[in-house]
Write a protein of this length. Structure first.
Length: 266
């Protein structure tokens, strides 16, 4: 009974981090867009992402003439689930991760690979040209990008002699992997920007394609997709923290707070 309660409480902790991280990612996106002189709908301030989300939820759900309705629902759900599973292998405290597996790196790599399917289905579902072009573009760049991601993660796992993310964090007690492999973190961050569709690496939903796979989305479906994208960014930042910055390790502050601070920095 106590074990079940501990698992539930840990799961709620991860869910809370995912929600708070998505909110924080939206705030950072808004601040960056505002700093670059772009239009920011919903204004600024800490409640702005919530206002925008509420506006999308009550907006009419407009679709194309003949969409693939099943994949339209499945794509964001798959992407959000992958974000949750990927985050679950990352230890947030010194007690280990929600999915404390000996092959955590393999689980993470599987989530990476399946993101291609989720994004492709999202572009396929509207049955329209621009979303489909975005889907093909993402698949074309994301598949080869996974190779350097795996090389970087395996190199980070070598000092721990384990594929467990918890063991890799423990092996950084004396020296973080960012010092052992100075190029590892920058490369992993570039991979993360590509697979989470951010900035100049947004090949799926880029402005040159009128937001690509999202160009025909509106209402709740668009809100869910944006939340799934933010959730994957949270998972990626937390993984970078665990692999290269010692995860929850740090003086004075609780481990969870260190994970949050390092993830925001990443």
């Amino acid at each position: 009974m106590m074990g079940a309660l501990a698992t539930v409480s840990t799961g709620l902790l991860y869910l809370g981090l995912l929600l708070a991280g998505a909110w924080g990612a939206a705030l950072i996106d808004r601040a960056a867009r505002h700093a670059l002189g772009g239009h920011v709908s919903g204004g600024m301030g800490p409640l702005a992402p919530l206002r925008s989300a509420a506006a999308m939820l009550i907006r009419q759900d407009v679709t194309t003439e003949a969409p693939d309705r099943l994949n339209r629902v499945m794509a964001p759900m798959i992407y959000l689930t992958l974000a949750g599973v990927a985050l679950a292998v990352v230890p947030l405290t010194g007690r280990g991760a929600l999915i404390d597996s000996e092959v955590g790196i393999v689980i993470w790599g599987s989530c990476e690979a399946l993101t291609v399917i989720a994004v492709f289905l999202h572009g396929w579902a509207p049955n329209a040209p621009l979303p489909l072009i975005g889907a093909y573009r993402y698949a074309t760049i994301a598949l080869p990008v996974m190779l350097p991601s795996m090389f970087v993660l395996i190199a980070a796992a070598l000092p721990a002699q384990s594929l467990s993310v918890t063991s890799i964090v423990a092996a950084q007690a004396d020296m973080w992997n960012v010092l052992r492999q100075p190029l590892g973190l920058p490369l992993f961050m570039l991979v993360g920007l590509t697979l989470t569709m951010r900035g100049p690496f947004d090949y799926a939903d880029g402005a040159d394609l009128a937001q690509g796979t999202s160009s025909e989305e509106s209402g709740p479906a668009r809100a869910l997709w944006q939340f799934a994208r933010a959730g994957m960014l949270v998972a990626w930042s937390a993984m970078a923290t665990a692999m290269f910055l010692g995860g929850p390790a740090g003086p004075v502050l609780p481990g969870l707070l260190w994970v949050v601070l390092k993830s925001v920095l990443v």
